[in-house]
Design a protein around this ligand. Structure first.
Ligand SMILES: Nc1ncnc2c1ncn2[C@@H]1O[C@H](COP(=O)(O)OP(=O)(O)O)[C@@H](O)[C@H]1O
Ligand SMILES: [Mg+2]
Length: 449
């Protein structure tokens, strides 16, 4: 049976069991998974996901071995509304899929699909991070082109997760976070590329004692005889006690972008997707690409966000603007870029939970003020933008109905070693064990499964 025929045969109110039958099988087949490569009702811990799939490798037949699943598909009936991201139906289905994907037995899974035969959405899993790579696409007469689009993404997986560290307030720890997360991920044997995309400050290069580039970044962005690979500087941390240096790769800031060219000129020559395109040639060389973005919402910040899969937003509990700006990034700037990418047939980025840097050494009263300020930000957003709930972004560890306190937030404490490392021109996480432990925890909290 063809996929189109299977779709036509579905009753308009087909319940889950009916969609799960002939149609799901044809759908997975069209995505490139044959019968022996699909397990219906696949056990994930004590639960069961509707389908798991993986290509067979020689005599490792997935249907028989049921080892190392590659993709999960959660199927719903047609009356289950997946077409509206704000609808409880959609949110519950996504929670369910996330639960399967994050289960310890699902480490090998790289893709998740939500599908009810009227809509379909593809999610990518990278370590602990699950992010949508398509919007929720309507399935209609043109089902073959929908499948083609999903298949193209699944068949060309990219190794790197691209993360932009962003808050349009300065001094909240963007550069510190970028560097020390890079250090922590390096220590967990991940290949990391760091991009200093804040040419006005070039703090990141300075923190590593590396000099800014002159004009080459601009040429690489314009794709002018020079590839981003050609402007990578390896950073090495050497210490007599280390058998070999620790290190990661860096694309340094470009002096020329601030000193010689004005922004109108840059806008004329460069497009919002330049960095995104330029990074495509290195996305398979790294596990993580971390971008340090400038504290504003102008062209470089926009490019950095466009190039990324997820946005990590540091804020400070004692700085009201940084908390408000975190909310603005999530409710305005990120949706703006999502809209731009959607026009190009792409999707993303999505915000990760906000993280509190330099946190909680103040008096209790200060912490009370922070909760109060966050409550107001959350309420204002609820009223102004269609009951969108920001609270889980501030308190990602709070379960439904639980009271909030600082233990429900993700944070890095104030540590004097961090500013001391500025003067030593090296990442604090390499130089000091206590800092290292904090950032390894942060890497586990956000990224490593
Ligand atoms: N958790 C922390 N504890 C102590 N000092 C910190 C911490 N995070 C950042 N800093 C210091 O605060 C200053 C601003 O941080 P930085 O990363 O440069 O902010 P941004 O890049 O957002 O402007 C730096 O001097 C840095 O050393
Ligand atoms: Mg900075």
């Amino acid at each position: 049976m063809s996929l189109v025929k299977a779709l036509q045969d579905l009753p308009s109110d087909a319940p889950e069991v009916v969609v799960e039958g002939a149609f799901s099988k044809e759908f997975l087949k069209a995505l490139g998974f044959e019968n022996l490569e699909v397990v219906p009702g696949f056990k994930v811990g004590t639960k069961v996901v509707d389908h798991a799939a993986r290509k067979n490798i020689d005599d490792d037949i997935f249907l028989h071995t049921r080892k190392n699943p590659y993709l999960y598909m959660e199927v719903k009936g047609r009356t289950w509304n997946l077409g509206d991201e704000k609808c409880a139906n959609y949110r519950n289905a996504l929670l369910q899929l996330r639960g399967y994907l994050l289960h310890p037995s699902s480490k090998s899974v790289q893709w998740g699909i939500l599908m009810n035969s009227l809509h379909v959405q593809l999610f990518r899993k990278h370590g602990k991070v699950i992010h949508p790579v398509t919007p929720c696409i309507p399935i209609d007469q043109d089902i073959n082109s929908v499948v083609k689009r999903l298949k193209a993404i699944i068949e060309a997986p990219k190794k790197a997760l691209t993360v932009v560290v962003y808050n349009n307030k300065g001094g909240v720890g963007k550069t510190t976070t970028t560097l020390n997360l890079a250090a922590a991920l390096t220590l967990r044997k991940k290949r990391v590329l760091v991009i200093d995309f804040d040419p006005n400050q070039s703090d990141l290069g300075d923190a590593l004692n590396l000099k800014p580039l002159k004009g080459k970044v601009l040429d690489a962005l314009k794709n002018k005889d020079i590839n981003i690979k050609d402007i990578i500087t390896p950073y090495k941390f050497e210490h007599p006690k280390l058998p070999e240096p620790w290190g990661f790769d860096v694309v340094l800031a470009d002096e020329k972008l601030v000193n010689e060219i004005d922004e109108r000129d840059i806008r004329k020559h460069l497009r919002i997707h330049d960095l995104h395109k330029a990074l495509d040639s290195v996305r398979n060389d790294y596990d993580y690409i971390l971008i340090d973005a400038p504290p504003n919402w102008r062209i470089f910040a926009q490019k950095a966000m466009y190039a990324s899969d997820v946005v990590l937003i540091p804020a400070r509990h004692d700085n009201l603007h940084s908390l408000q700006n975190a909310g603005i990034a999530i409710t305005q700037f990120i949706p703006e870029v999502q809209e731009e990418k959607r026009k190009q047939g792409e999707y993303g980025p999505i915000p990760l939970p906000i993280f509190m840097n330099n946190a909680f050494k103040e008096t209790d009263h200060q912490i009370h003020l922070m909760h109060q300020a966050i409550r107001k930000i959350v309420e204002d957003v609820k009223q102004n933008s269609n009951s969108f709930n920001l609270a889980p972004y501030f308190y990602p560890k709070a379960k439904k109905g639980q009271s909030i306190d600082t233990s429900k937030m993700i944070s890095i404490p104030h540590m004097a070693f961090i500013s001391r490392a500025d003067f030593m021109h090296m990442p604090a996480a390499f130089a000091f064990k206590t800092v290292r432990e904090q950032y390894l925890n942060l890497a586990l909290e956000y990224f490593l499964q």
